[in-house]
Ligand binder design. Structure first.
Ligand code: HEC
Ligand code: CU
Length: 327
């Protein structure tokens, strides 16, 4: 039955096609190194699909090339070809094999997805905020907000992706996982980095003129380094909050009008003439009848031609007391 099959020319063509195809696959670095557990699984699935495709591509292409070359019509041959009837065995074979393969691929793909999305109990949870054109990372419980992501190695990270304006896409090529950040939706992805190092975070969704520079980095560190970083950062957050509270306390404490007069001369007198009693660049401040809070806000934020931030802390409390003293 196989007497008429031209095995040798087919084999020669197949070897050439296979060499070209496999060469393309092996000589070019198509994928980044798989530096997360999930990337390992996904990339292996990808290569499995790829090599299955190579096998069928080589078979089909070899037969096609041979047939086109061997049975091409002569120049003066205008006849229709002889009628042929289908080959039932062949048709059954080429239906059954792809069907089986499809089932294998579906099951394999399902297993990879199931494992990649299995949530670990000891995972680290980070809120990722995307905004034209930067990334911010929030470590909820610790109150930390950073511009660069820090993750412990060999521990699952759950990233809750959110967008503050338009659609963005969180992508670390080496982690093999991508996730859209969509306004109004929290989209969750899970990544288990398994190698210490620094990787780029890329926005993979065209999000505006600054899209190409919407990058930050993720640093994967050891569990001890992570704990130390977390402790240090949250201490900094607490110190910052304490300092802000202390400063706010100073600002709102009852001020000293005499000391405020000195501050006023130095900081305000240039625009509010005669120590605020006459109009200059700014209006006269006598008889405005503002509350302390209103004056404080005016000095902190400024308005129109008056710049903000001219006084803070005790100076601010004192200057407010001075303005009240000339009412
Ligand atoms: C660069 C000039 C300039 C300096 C310096 C300046 N002011 Fe003013 N200030 C203005 C102008 C102009 C306005 C009017 C702003 C507006 O309403 O558009 C104003 C408005 C005010 C008002 C509100 C008065 C009203 O009736 O609207 C207060 C209170 C005031 N200044 C307090 C101060 C104090 C206190 C300082 C010093 C810490 C200060 N200003 C420094 C220019 C200045
Ligand atoms: Cu973006």
């Amino acid at each position: 039955m196989y007497k008429n099959v031209p095995f040798i020319p087919l084999a020669v063509i197949a070897i050439i096609v296979a060499a070209i195809t496999a060469g393309q696959a092996l000589l070019i670095d198509w994928l980044p190194p798989a530096d997360s557990v999930e990337a390992g699984r996904t990339f292996t699935l990808l290569w499995f699909l790829f090599w299955c495709s190579v096998v069928f591509f080589v078979i089909v292409t070899s037969v096609l090339i041979y047939a086109v070359w061997k049975w091409r019509a002569k120049d003066d041959d205008l006849e229709d070809g002889p009628p042929t009837h289908g080959n039932t065995t062949l048709e059954v074979v080429w239906t059954v094999i792809p069907s089986l393969l499809l089932i294998v691929v579906a099951v394999y793909g399902y297993i990879v997805l199931e494992r990649n999305e299995a949530v670990a109990a000891d995972r680290v949870t980070v809120d990722v905020y995307a905004q034209q054109f930067n990334w911010t990372y929030g470590y909820g419980d610790a109150g930390i907000e950073t511009g660069d992501l820090v993750l412990p190695v060999n521990r699952q990270a759950q990233l809750n992706l959110r967008a503050r304006d338009v659609i963005h896409d969180f992508w670390v090529p080496q982690f093999g996982i991508k996730g859209d950040a969509v306004p109004g939706i929290t989209h969750t992805i899970w990544i288990t980095p398994n190698k210490v190092g620094t990787y780029p975070v890329v926005c993979a969704e065209l999000c505006g003129v600054g899209h190409s520079v919407m990058r930050s980095k993720v640093t994967v560190v050891t569990e001890q380094q992570y704990a130390a970083w977390l402790a240090k950062s949250s201490a900094k957050v607490k110190a910052g909050a304490a300092a802000a509270t202390a400063a706010a306390k100073l600002e709102t404490a009852p001020g000293d009008a005499a000391a405020g007069k000195t501050v006023f001369e130095a900081k305000c007198g240039g625009c509010h003439a005669e120590l605020g009693k006459k109009a200059g660049v700014g209006p006269a401040l006598v008889g405005i009848n503002w509350s302390d809070e209103q004056i404080r806000t005016q000095v902190k934020n400024g308005k129109g031609a008056m710049p903000g931030g001219l006084a803070s802390g005790t100076d601010l409390a004192d200057v407010v007391a001075y303005v009240q003293s000339i009412q």
